[in-house]
Design a protein around this ligand. Structure first.
Ligand SMILES: [Zn+2]
Length: 443
C-alpha cells in the first residue's frame, strides 16, 4: 500500500510541476511573445535587422510604405515620400519617431492566438490619420524652408498633416547630409523641437490676464511705441495709441503685453504655461514630445519680454497644436494621435470654458482686423501670428497658429518657418494654402 501511495504522490507531484511549467510558459508567452516574434533574428519578419513586413496607409488607404520581395517600398509619388518621411521613418531607423517604429507590433501582425500570422508574409496594416495629399501640399507650401506644418481635428485629435522640413526622398537619398540645408534632417520638428514663440505666446498671457485682472475688458491702454519697465524699455512694433486688449492682441502690441505680464506676474504666467501644457512632455502614440520652457525671472524687464514670448520662452509645435485645439474645443484638449479612428483618443480639460470662448473671439477678431479674412475664403478662421526675434542679424522665426471652421468641422493648425521673417505673411500664407486643402480633403 505504501508503495502505491508513494507512486501516486510522485505522479501528483509530476502533474503539478507540468502545470506550473505550462503556466509559466503561458505567462511568458503573453508577457514576452511580441519580443520573441519581433526579435531581430526572426527571419520571417526582419531582413538585415529591419522590419520587413507590414503596410502603412494614409487615412484614405493610399499606400505610404509596404514590403515587396522583402524590401521596404515607399509611396510611388516622390512628393508624398518626402512629405511623409518623418511620419513613416526612414529605411535605416535613423528617424526613431516614425510609424515603422511606433507600430511595430501591428505591422508584424503579431497576436497572442496565432503568433506571427503573416499571410504570404505580408504582416499587418496600419491606417494612419494623416492625408498623403495634404502632407504633400504642406511640404510644397514650405518651398524648401525649414520648419513644421501640422493640422489636426480638434475633437478627435487625429493628426491630418504632419510635415517636418528639411526632409529627403527615401528612394533617392542624397549622398551626404553635411550641407546646412540638411541640419537636423532626422528630427521630426513637430514632436522633438522647441522654438522661441514670439507673439503666439501672447495667447497665454492674455488668458492669464483674463482670469486675473478683473476689469480687463473695460480698460484702455496707451502705446507710445515703447514701454518703460524698471530694467529697460520694451520696444513696440508701432505706435498704437489708446487701445483695448482686443485691439492690442490684434495689432500684437508689445507695450500692452509687457504691461499685462508685469501686472499678472511671472509666477502666475509660469502657472498658465504649465497648465496649458507648454512646459511638459506628453505622449503621442508613445513618443514623448520635447517640453518647452517658461523661466520665472524676478527682473521686470525679463518678465515683460517673457509675456511677449521672448526672453527665454520656448514652445514645442505639438504643444501649441494641442493648446489651440483646446481653445476651439471649449477648453478641452484632445489627445493627439497619428492613427485614424483611434478610439483611445481622450480629451483633457485644459482651459476654463469662458476663457476659451474669449480667446476664440479675440483670435477671430485678429483675422478680421489684421490678417485679412479674404486670405482664408470660406473658412471661419481664428489665428495668432508670431515673429520670434532671435537677436543680432538672425532672421526671426515665423509662426501662425489657430483653427478654422467650415461645414461643422473644426481643424487646428500650427505653422513654423525657421528664420522665415514675418509671422503673418510667411507662415500665414502657408496656413492659408494648407487649410483650404485640409477642408477640401478632410472636411
Ligand atoms: Zn504698441
Amino acid at each position: 500500500m505504501t508503495k502505491i501511495k508513494r507512486r501516486a504522490a510522485a505522479v501528483i507531484l509530476l502533474v503539478v510541476l507540468m502545470l506550473a511549467g505550462l503556466g509559466f510558459y503561458i505567462y511568458s508567452y503573453y508577457k514576452d511573445g511580441m519580443m520573441w516574434a519581433s526579435f531581430p533574428a526572426n527571419q520571417s519578419v526582419y531582413n538585415n535587422g529591419r522590419l520587413s513586413v507590414g503596410t502603412i496607409t494614409d487615412r484614405d488607404g493610399e499606400i505610404l510604405a509596404k514590403v515587396s520581395n522583402g524590401q521596404r517600398k515607399y509611396s510611388d509619388d516622390s512628393a508624398v515620400r518626402k512629405s511623409t518621411l518623418h511620419v513613416i521613418g526612414d529605411r535605416y531607423g535613423n528617424i526613431g519617431t516614425g510609424a515603422l517604429y511606433l507600430f511595430e507590433e501591428e505591422l508584424t501582425g503579431f497576436d497572442h492566438i496565432n503568433g506571427t500570422y503573416s499571410k504570404e508574409g505580408e504582416g499587418g496594416t496600419v491606417t494612419l490619420s494623416v492625408s498623403a495629399a495634404l502632407n504633400a501640399a504642406a511640404y510644397e507650401a514650405l518651398n524648401g524652408r525649414k520648419g513644421v506644418v501640422a493640422v489636426c481635428d480638434c475633437v478627435t485629435g487625429e493628426i491630418l498633416c504632419m510635415v517636418s522640413s528639411p526632409s529627403f526622398d527615401p528612394d533617392n537619398m542624397p549622398e551626404s547630409f553635411e550641407a546646412p540645408q540638411y541640419d537636423g534632417v532626422y528630427i521630426n520638428r513637430f514632436l522633438s523641437s522647441v522654438y522661441t514663440p514670439g507673439s503666439v505666446f501672447k495667447l497665454v498671457t492674455i488668458a492669464a490676464a483674463i482670469e486675473n485682472i478683473p476689469d480687463l475688458e473695460d480698460r484702455t491702454f496707451i502705446c507710445t511705441g515703447s514701454y518703460e519697465t524698471g530694467g529697460g524699455d520694451i520696444v513696440c512694433t508701432g505706435y498704437h495709441g489708446e487701445i483695448t486688449v482686443d485691439e492690442a492682441l490684434a495689432v500684437s502690441c508689445n507695450c500692452v503685453f509687457g504691461q499685462l505680464a508685469e501686472e499678472v506676474g511671472a509666477e502666475t504666467l509660469g502657472e498658465y504655461a504649465d497648465k496649458y501644457g507648454f512646459t511638459e512632455s506628453f505622449a503621442i502614440n508613445g513618443v514623448f514630445t520635447e517640453s518647452g520652457k517658461y523661466e520665472i525671472s524676478d527682473h521686470s524687464y525679463n518678465v515683460a519680454w517673457s509675456g511677449i514670448g521672448q526672453y527665454n520662452d520656448l514652445v514645442n509645435p505639438s504643444a501649441m497644436l494641442r493648446f489651440v485645439s483646446a481653445v476651439a474645443n471649449g477648453g478641452y484638449a484632445p489627445e493627439l494621435t497619428m492613427l485614424k479612428g483611434d478610439n483611445a483618443a481622450d480629451s483633457e480639460y485644459m482651459i476654463k470654458n469662458s476663457t476659451a470662448t474669449m480667446l476664440g473671439e479675440m483670435m477671430s477678431y485678429n483675422v478680421y482686423r489684421t490678417y485679412g479674412e479674404e486670405r482664408f475664403a470660406g473658412i471661419n478662421m481664428h489665428a495668432k501670428s508670431g515673429t520670434a526675434e532671435l537677436g543680432g542679424d538672425i532672421a526671426p522665426h515665423s509662426w501662425f497658429v489657430g483653427y478654422g471652421e467650415k461645414d461643422g468641422k473644426t481643424l487646428a493648425f500650427v505653422v513654423v518657418i525657421e528664420n522665415g521673417g514675418s509671422g503673418s505673411s510667411a507662415a500665414g500664407n502657408v496656413a492659408a494654402t494648407v487649410m483650404q486643402k485640409a477642408f477640401d480633403i478632410c472636411g
